[in-house]
Design a protein around this ligand. Structure first.
Ligand code: AMP
Length: 489
């Protein structure tokens, strides 16, 4: 089975006096941009473990009454965004693995707890009732599958995340305690993972040795919060403490915080977090995402200064870059495109025609801003080219005289295997067309991408701190047999 592409958010809380489910709700709400397909929260009070998850936005899955019904002092929570094919509730997270005692009631013929599930926990030794949330993707799961098959666990319907939780739980049922079980399974995880695991008495965070997906720690009223992005901290009053290090295993329990390095770190944060994913008010590697995006625009102004009447961003990610570009060149900045914020997922609608309609439903130009003007329009990235083509067309239809399309990142030529939902390489426009060919396809007056060097310079960090696979085809974690899916030209 091909692992599912996922761009997700994880969130966790540990604190005796904290309303962990309510905090998780607000945490997920702040992380909604990382996934709109399903949402879920699991909590434990040490005696039972309860999960509620469902398809849709956080506000569609949860209400006040439901949030009030959760009990406990530990929580893990998740927002999921997946490819269309993987859009099923059985892949929603948190994923609960039943412990040996609960196995009497939760049968492995139905290994996917439905929307609501609650298991009683063993009062004796911990027997592997855990809940897990995962941001990232394992491009290859062969080693995990073998491990599970050796234990007669059928993996046929499992996602990569389900395999991880079942493998850890299986080790615990063999009598191994949680952190040892995680360490035993860690070498089998080939890919990108920022994981949170909740047992009856602890919250564990673990990150792949490259730290491809972000994960940060904060303090809150004597307790702890862990989130995919730092933007989840301010809305709940939590105070940023530090990032979880690549290859780190962090355990929070009654005795406090314990950390150990379980793999030699080789830090390679995915630069696409700066380009597209992260919210502008988050900080990654100590840098403000907003500032870095602004620098992308400043850099492009140096590389490609244009004479124009107005600079407009494609909302929302490209706003900061367009501001940087316009300010550097003393050009007028306007919000010439309006975004309907309530439309999601045009990017992944499987049918191309529907996707094109989707762009129109999502973005509309303001004719008064562009009529008779030489327009510079800024987007953060071009993936398939569908959105950009529609935007150029709409701007000309709205009366623009020239439409210069500027992109605040280099051409995306390679698919992602670490948890970003990108199409196959053949569907990436920059993988099959040259820049002049793309310009013609878009129908733009000119088209310019930020240079690779310019993108790195704009972060203020060295190139070796990043995974740049979408742009360079360099995959810092071996993608094994998936390498057959890409070509260099
Ligand atoms: P496209 O029509 O495929 O070229 O779409 C490009 C647009 O999709 C840009 O405006 C990006 O902001 C956005 N985008 C880039 N990467 C992703 C992604 N992984 N998921 C959803 N949207 C994306």
């Amino acid at each position: 089975m091909q692992p599912l592409g996922e761009k997700c958010a994880v969130f966790g809380v540990y604190g005796k006096d904290l309303e962990v489910a309510r905090l998780s709700f607000f945490g997920l709400f702040a992380l909604q941009h990382r996934g709109q397909e399903s949402a879920g929260i699991a909590t434990t009070n040490g005696k039972t473990m309860t999960v509620h998850k469902g398809m849709g936005l956080v506000s569609q899955v949860f209400n006040d009454e439901l949030i009030g019904s959760f009990k406990g002092h530990i929580a893990v929570a998740h927002n999921r965004y997946s490819t269309a094919g993987g859009s099923k509730v059985k892949h929603a997270q948190p994923m609960l693995a039943a412990g040996a005692s609960a196995l009497k009631t939760v049968s492995y013929e139905d290994p996917h707890p439905s929307l609501n599930d609650s298991v009683s926990l063993s009062s004796g030794p911990d027997d592997g009732a855990i809940a897990l949330v995962h941001n990232g993707n394992l491009p290859t799961t062969a080693a995990l599958e073998q491990f599970l098959r050796e234990r007669s666990i059928d993996t046929a319907e499992f996602s990569d995340s389900r395999m991880i939780v079942e493998a850890i739980a299986a080790r615990m049922r063999e009598g191994v305690e949680l952190t040892t079980a995680i360490k035993d399974v860690y070498p089998l995880l080939q890919g990108a993972f920022s994981l949170l695991i909740m047992s009856r008495d602890s919250l564990v965070a673990v990150r792949d040795h490259c730290g491809i997906r972000p994960l940060s720690l904060a303090r809150l009223n004597g307790g702890w919060v862990i989130a995919s992005e730092t933007c989840a901290f301010a809305p709940i009053g939590a105070e940023y403490e530090r990032d979880i290090a690549p290859g780190e295993l962090l355990v929070i329990d009654e005795k406090g915080l314990h950390s150990e390095q379980v793999a030699e770190p080789n830090p390679k944060l995915d630069i696409f977090e700066f380009v597209y994913f992260a919210r502008p008010d988050s900080r990654l590697l100590g840098k403000s995402v907003y500032e870095v995006r602004r620098n992308f625009g400043v850099q492009l102004a140096k590389e490609y200064p244009l004479e124009a009447d107005v600079v407009i961003p494609v909302p929302e990610t490209a706003i900061a870059s367009a501001v940087g570009y316009a300010e550097t060149l003393g050009l007028r900045f306007e919000m010439g495109l309006t975004k309907n914020r309530y439309i999601h997922r045009t990017f992944i609608t499987p049918d191309q025609h529907v996707r094109e309609q989707g762009v129109k439903a999502k973005l509309t130009p303001i004719p008064e801003v562009v009529q008779g003007k030489r327009v510079v329009v800024f987007d953060d990235s071009i993936v398939r080219g569908t959105t950009s083509r529609q935007i150029v067309k709409m701007l000309f239809e709205a009366g623009a005289k020239e439409v210069h399309f500027l992109v605040a990142s280099p051409p995306v030529k390679f698919p992602d295997f670490y948890g970003i939902d990108t199409p196959q390489q053949k569907d990436l426009i920059a993988a099959t067309k040259s820049v002049p060919e793309m310009q013609e396809y878009l129908g733009a007056t000119s088209l310019r991408f930020l240079s690779y060097e310019g993108m790195i310079a704009a972060t203020g960090l060295p190139e070796n701190q990043f995974c740049t696979s979408c742009f360079s085809g360099v995959y810092p974690i071996d993608i094994k047999e998936r390498a057959q899916e890409i070509t260099f030209r």
